[in-house]
Design a protein around this ligand. Structure first.
Ligand code: SF4
Ligand code: SF4
Length: 485
C-alpha cells in the first residue's frame, strides 16, 4: 500500500471565528476550532510526517479533534495509486449500446455575425463560418449510427446545431421524419438551438407538432442583445426576434411554455441587473427556462479579450448570488430572480456532490471529463465525431472518430483520461474530486498539453473554495440544503 506521510486537506475560513477543513479523501467539510486550524496549518507547511506530529500533540482540544476525525474517516493515510477514469474498462460496452444522443451540425453558415461567436474569427482559435452544409445522406448515417449504438437507451436525442440550423429547415424536417420512422419503439427527443431570426409560422407549427425542444439565444433587452448579436452589416437582431416570439407564444401557448427555453450569453460590464429584470419581469419568459452563460474562455486567441468585462460581471454576479442567499436564509421575502437562481445552482450541485460521494478510491481520476461520445456526440458536416459541440473542430485531438470508421476507442479513452497528462499534480491535488477540467482546457490546437491544463488549476481551485465557503455560510445561517438537493 502506498502510505503517505501527509493526509490531503485544504483549510479555509468564512470569518475570524469560523474555521473549516476540507478532507479530500473523505470528501467532507468539517468545522474546526481556531486552535486546531492553526495546528493543521502549521503541519501543512512542514515536510515532516503529519501523523507522527499529530499524535505527539499534547493539546487536549487537538487530541480530541484528531481522535474524532480519525473515527469519522478523515486524515486517511493512503494516496491515489493510479489515475484511471472509472469508466475506462466499461467504455467499449458503453459506446456500443448506450449512446444517448447525436448532435448534427447541419450547416457551418450563419445569418448573424455575433461579436463573441467562436466562429466569427474575432477572439477564438476555431473554424470560421463557411457555406458548408450537411447532406441528408450524411445526416441519415448519423441517425443510423445512433440507432445502432443505443440499444440500452429508452430515450434518444437528436439535436440540430450550426451555424444557424434554421438555414437548413428542409433537411431538419427530413431528419425528424427519418428518425421517427427509424426509432419506432423508442422515444426520440429533438433539440434545436437557434438565434430565432428565421423562425416562421410554418417552422413553429412544425416544431409544435413534433414537440421539438427549442433553445433560443437571446442575450437580454434590446440595448444589450444588440451590442453583440448583429447581422453581417452590423445591425442588431433584437427586433427581428422579439415581436415574433410574442406572437408565437400567443399562437402556440402550450408548446411555447413547455418546450421553448432561452440562453443568454453575457459579459456586459453593467448589464446584469437589466438582463435579470428583462427575463424575470417580461411575461414572455414566465414559464420558460432561462439559462445564463458567460463568454467561453476556451480556445481564446486573445487571452485578455473579455477580462475587463469579466471582472465587473463577476462582481455583479456575486452580489446577485448574495441576494439569493438572503432569500434562502429567509431574510428577504422577494423571490430570487432568474440569474440569482442560476448562480445558486452551482452551490447546490456541490453540496449534493459532498453528500453523495463519500470517499476517493485508490484508482481514481479528476472529475472533469464526460464520457466522450455517450451523452453529447457531435457530428460535423464532414462526418467527424467530437465529444460535444463546444470543441475546436480544427484541432485533431478533439476528433473521436468519424461516420465511416465509427468511434475510436483509443481516442475516447485518451480524452476520458486526460488527467494522465498531469498525473503527478492531480494525484496530489486536494480538489481532485471537484475538478471541472476536461480535455478542452488542455487542447493547444492539436495536442493535449499539460501546461495548458495546469494553467487553469489556480482559478478553478479558488472557485471551488468559494463554493465551499458559500455552503458553509448558508449552513451556518440555518439554511437546509435538503430542501434543494
Ligand atoms: S465541454 Fe468537455 S466535459 Fe463538457 S461535454 Fe464537452 S468534452 Fe465533455
Ligand atoms: S485542479 Fe488541476 S491539479 Fe487539480 S485535479 Fe484538476 S487538473 Fe489536476
Amino acid at each position: 500500500m502506498n502510505e503517505q506521510i501527509k493526509p490531503m486537506y485544504q483549510l479555509f475560513q468564512i470569518s475570524n471565528q469560523d474555521f473549516f477543513m476540507f478532507d479530500t479523501y473523505a470528501n467532507k467539510i468539517k468545522r474546526i476550532s481556531k486552535n486546531c486550524f492553526e495546528y493543521l496549518y502549521k503541519f501543512s507547511k512542514e515536510t515532516t510526517n503529519f501523523f507522527e506530529k499529530a499524535e505527539s500533540v499534547d493539546d487536549i482540544e487537538f487530541k480530541e479533534f484528531y481522535k474524532e476525525s480519525l473515527k469519522q474517516g478523515l486524515f486517511k493515510k493512503f494516496s491515489i495509486e493510479k489515475l484511471q477514469h472509472p469508466m475506462t474498462e466499461l467504455l467499449e460496452d458503453v459506446l456500443d449500446a448506450n449512446i444517448e444522443s447525436i448532435n448534427l451540425q447541419v450547416t457551418q453558415n450563419c445569418n448573424l455575425r455575433c461579436d463573441y461567436c467562436p466562429y466569427t474569427g474575432n477572439y477564438y482559435n476555431n473554424r470560421k463560418h463557411s457555406n458548408k452544409r450537411m447532406s441528408f445522406e450524411l445526416a441519415k448515417k448519423g441517425i443510423d449510427f445512433l440507432y445502432n449504438h443505443s440499444m440500452n437507451c429508452d430515450v434518444v436525442n437528436v439535436a440540430f446545431y450550426g451555424g444557424e440550423p434554421l438555414l437548413e429547415f428542409e433537411l431538419i424536417k427530413r431528419c425528424v421524419k427519418y428518425a421517427r420512422e427509424k426509432f419506432i419503439s423508442k422515444k426520440v427527443v429533438f433539440n434545436l438551438t437557434t438565434n430565432g431570426v428565421l423562425l416562421t409560422d410554418e417552422i413553429m407549427k412544425f416544431f409544435s407538432d413534433n414537440e421539438i425542444l427549442l433553445t433560443i439565444s437571446l442575450d437580454g433587452p434590446k440595448n444589450i442583445h444588440d451590442k453583440s448579436r448583429v447581422t453581417a452589416n452590423g445591425t442588431g437582431s433584437f427586433e427581428l426576434i422579439y415581436e415574433k416570439l410574442c406572437y408565437f407564444k400567443e399562437k402556440y401557448l402550450e408548446y411555447f411554455n413547455q418546450n421553448v427555453s432561452f440562453n443568454s450569453v453575457s459579459a456586459q460590464d453593467d448589464g446584469v441587473i437589466d438582463i435579470d429584470l428583462f427575463f424575470t419581469e417580461d411575461p414572455l419568459f414566465e414559464f420558460s427556462k432561462v439559462n445564463t452563460t458567460f463568454y467561453s474562455t476556451n480556445y481564446l486567441s486573445d487571452e485578455k479579450a473579455f477580462d475587463k468585462q469579466a471582472d465587473k460581471f463577476r462582481q455583479h454576479m456575486e452580489f446577485e448570488k448574495y441576494k439569493c442567499f438572503l432569500h434562502k436564509m429567509k431574510r428577504v421575502k422577494a423571490l430570487p430572480t432568474r440569474i440569482q437562481l442560476n448562480s445558486f445552482n452551482e452551490v447546490i450541485r456541490t453540496a449534493k456532490q459532498l453528500q453523495d460521494f463519500t470517499g476517493i478510491p485508490k484508482v481514481f481520476h479528476p472529475s472533469g471529463p464526460c464520457v466522450p461520445g455517450r451523452k453529447k456526440l457531435f457530428m460535423n458536416i464532414d462526418g467527424n465525431f467530437y465529444p460535444c459541440e463546444r470543441i475546436d473542430e480544427t484541432s485533431p485531438c478533439s476528433v473521436i472518430g468519424n461516420i465511416e470508421e465509427g468511434l475510436s476507442l483509443d481516442q475516447c479513452k485518451k480524452l476520458l483520461n486526460v488527467g494522465k497528462i498531469t498525473e503527478e499534480k492531480c494525484k496530489s491535488c486536494w480538489a481532485i474530486a471537484h475538478c471541472k477540467l476536461c480535455f478542452v482546457q488542455a487542447d493547444n490546437g492539436g495536442e493535449l498539453c499539460a501546461k495548458n491544463r495546469l494553467d487553469h488549476c489556480g482559478n478553478l481551485q479558488d472557485t471551488i473554495i468559494d463554493t465551499f465557503k458559500n455552503i458553509c455560510v448558508l449552513a451556518k445561517s440555518g439554511y437546509h440544503f435538503e430542501e434543494d438537493i
